[in-house]
Design a protein around this ligand. Structure first.
Ligand code: SF4
Ligand code: MG
Length: 336
């Protein structure tokens, strides 16, 4: 069975003093074995909350899954107890965060931190685990892995720390790696190296990856499929090719215009998307992007756009796809 993860109609809310924040509002997607899915969107769109829901991690309380299923190899993680989730986290599914220092213990040698999971989940002896830790540090491209294993995180550069975090995450050979903005804290050249590394490791270890980012440019080289999220919903999803070369949602066009492109003039101005996402205390009944969309029609404000399938792998939620909608000049809209 090639289907590894199948998220169905996920709703996640946060209960606050001011009311219920509907952070994720009916999200469905799946990840096949050995595949990379990118979830892309601005901060606050619900992409990190979705990842945390899969892991059932903090800050889940006061967040709660209101509805939906998270089927991992056919078993629904939503129904798992905390105790049962412990056998999944770090072993079957691992997570890498933006700031490597949130995952690293500053007072423990890096090699020891890799060994911890191996001893806990794989029942390895200390000697075996030590050997595997050094092997993992070599695999993530750190020179002198034996020496590095005996050092503390502060002796590593930012890029090296993220490599170490990836080594910890992959040490137990998880089936799924969730990387939430894994390169955002790093400078541009190091970013490219970390993405390259993740791609290489995926081929070697056959891990599936969910990469979460606000920057479409980061995932161009690594994602097989892309889901674009806005205000708690997926507004467009397709293969890498479909989203980059045949995007259909005005918000995706906006994201693409804000990505530096090598095939364009170097100094070309990147165009930001003006305005702010809607208030998730009271999401609008219609298209959540309507207030910022250059193409908004009357129907957009009143009715949530239905799903339009553009191919077996590509869909969008936008009224422009309706046969009654005015035809717009797509090339111009995309800025292509
Ligand atoms: Fe714009 Fe309407 Fe499409 Fe929403 S449904 S993205 S408001 S055209
Ligand atoms: Mg986030």
């Amino acid at each position: 069975d090639k289907l590894l993860l199948d998220v169905k109609n996920l709703h996640v809310s946060f209960d606050t003093y001011a009311g219920e924040v509907k952070a994720v509002r009916g999200v469905s997607f799946n990840v096949n074995r050995g595949e990379t899915l990118a979830i892309v969107g601005e901060s606050g769109c619900g992409k990190s909350v979705t990842a945390q829901a899969i892991m059932q991690l903090n800050p889940m309380p006061p967040g709660r899954i209101k509805e939906g299923n998270i089927l991992f190899e056919g078993k629904d993680l939503v129904k798992y107890s905390d105790r049962k989730m412990e056998t999944v986290r770090g072993k079957e599914i691992s997570m890498v965060f933006q700031d490597p220092m949130t995952s690293l213990n500053p007072t423990m040698k890096v090699g020891k931190q890799i060994m911890e999971g191996l001893v806990k989940h794989q029942n390895m002896s200390k000697a075996e685990a030590k050997e595997r830790a050094v092997e993992m540090l070599r695999l993530v491209g750190l020179p002198n892995p034996e020496k590095r294993a005996d050092q503390y995180p502060h002796e590593f550069s930012g890029g090296m720390r993220q490599r170490a975090v990836i080594a910890i995450a992959l040490a137990c050979n998880p089936k799924l790696l969730i990387a939430d903005e894994p390169t955002t804290a790093l400078d541009v050249t190091i970013q490219a190296q970390i993405i390259e590394l993740m791609k290489e490791l995926q081929l070697k270890l056959d891990t599936s990856i969910i990469i979460i980012t606000h920057d479409l440019g980061v995932v161009a080289k690594i994602a097989d499929r892309i889901a674009v999220m806005y205000a708690g919903v997926i507004i467009e999803s397709g293969t890498n090719e479909e989203v980059f070369h045949n995007p259909h949602h005005p918000y995706t066009w906006g994201l693409l215009k804000s990505v530096p492109r090598l095939d364009r003039a170097q100094k070309e101005r990147l165009i930001p998307i003006y305005g702010t996402p809607p208030d998730l205390f009271a999401p609008p009944p219609g298209c959540p992007f309507a207030a910022r969309c250059d193409y908004a029609m009357k129907i957009c404000k009143d009715h949530y756009p239905m799903r339009f399938d553009l191919s077996d792998t590509h869909y969008t939620h936008c009224w422009l796809e309706h046969e009654m909608a005015p035809k717009i000049e797509r090339q111009k809209a995309e800025g292509g």
